[in-house]
Design a protein around this ligand. Structure first.
Ligand code: NAD
Length: 271
């Protein structure tokens, strides 16, 4: 049931590709909690057309933008403020892509051109979005900007390859920009470190089913769903979290604090 947690708030949601996308769930829930927002994705993702269905459901528009292009981001933010009738209160960065992972290039055989693309799309785009919003003075005071991360930023998951470096950079950008935006306009910046989740980006990682099953067996609460991640995003967009900034927050069913679980022990014990 809706409590209109985000009533009166305006935002931009990056990264809804299809119904399984975490950003898709955030949009549906933000809409039912009273927020108004625009949707955006890379022009190439638009061709699939799914995002238009989401826009219809959320009574909004889609503004295409490649998150690596400052020019596209400027246009997106300016048009969003026009469409929504004022400055923004929240932005969701739900973007990740590694050509190395896609092409199965392991960490000891990276293409450096691909690595640059991974970092630009998955991490530096977060800085580009914030710097553009900062320069356009597009955020209201106490606004909230959220990026989505993964625990490979802190611990090694071999097949996550260069995405681990992108996530470490993403989390660092959240802290660094969070300082400046906090001082400047009291804008908050956080990342949510999410459990493995069955989405297009998630399942593109080699051995994803094993990642998923392992995390599920290790976490006392089991893996966090995309819906629960969306709930956490809404809490961070809301005034309920107004003193939370520069944090990487785990939405992972406890995974990050567990050494070993009974389930994993049982799998490995000889007798
Ligand atoms: N699925 C998981 O297991 C998992 C776990 C932790 C964190 N995350 C993170 O959650 C976020 C959302 O991913 P998801 O799992 O919902 O998958 P998804 O594939 O649905 O979303 C990824 C989005 O990034 C967009 N994108 C790629 N390149 C872009 C560009 N140049 N400009 C603009 N958009 C671009 C894609 O079009 C897509 O919409 C990502 O940051 C991902 O790393 C996912």
């Amino acid at each position: 049931m809706s409590s209109q947690l985000l009533k009166g708030k305006r935002g931009i949601i990056f990264g809804a590709l299809d119904e399984s996308s975490i950003a898709w769930k955030v949009a549906e829930k933000a809409f039912s909690e009273g927020a108004v927002f625009t949707l955006t994705n890379a022009p190439i993702a638009m061709r699939m057309g799914e995002i238009n269905k989401l826009a219809d459901k959320c009574n909004t528009i889609v503004i295409p933008a490649d998150a690596t292009s400052v020019e596209d981001i400027e246009k997106l933010i300016t048009e969003s403020m026009e469409k929504l009738g004022g400055k923004l209160d929240f932005i969701l960065h739900s973007i990740g892509m590694s050509p190395n992972v896609r092409k199965n290039r392991g960490y000891t055989d990276l293409s450096y051109d691909f690595l640059m693309k991974t970092l630009d799309v998955s991490a530096i785009s977060f800085h580009k979005i914030m710097q553009t919003a900062y320069k356009l003075d597009a955020m209201n005071e106490w606004g909230s900007i959220v990026g989505l991360s993964y625990i490979a930023a802190q611990r090694t998951f071999p097949s996550y390859s260069d995405m681990a470096d992108a996530k470490s950079t993403l989390e660092s950008i959240a802290r660094s920009f969070g300082y400046h935006y906090g001082k400047h306009r009291k804008v908050r910046v956080n990342t949510i470190s999410q459990s493995p989740t069955w989405t297009t980006a998630g399942s593109g990682v080699k051995g994803f089913d094993a990642f998923y099953a392992y995390a599920d067996k290790l976490s006392p609460l089991g893996n966090a769903s995309a819906e629960s991640c969306a709930d956490y995003c809404l809490f961070l967009f809301s005034d309920m979290s107004r003193m939370v900034t520069m944090q990487n927050l785990f939405n992972d069913g406890g995974f990050s604090s567990v050494g070993v679980s009974d389930e994993i022990m049982q799998l490995l014990m000889k007798e």
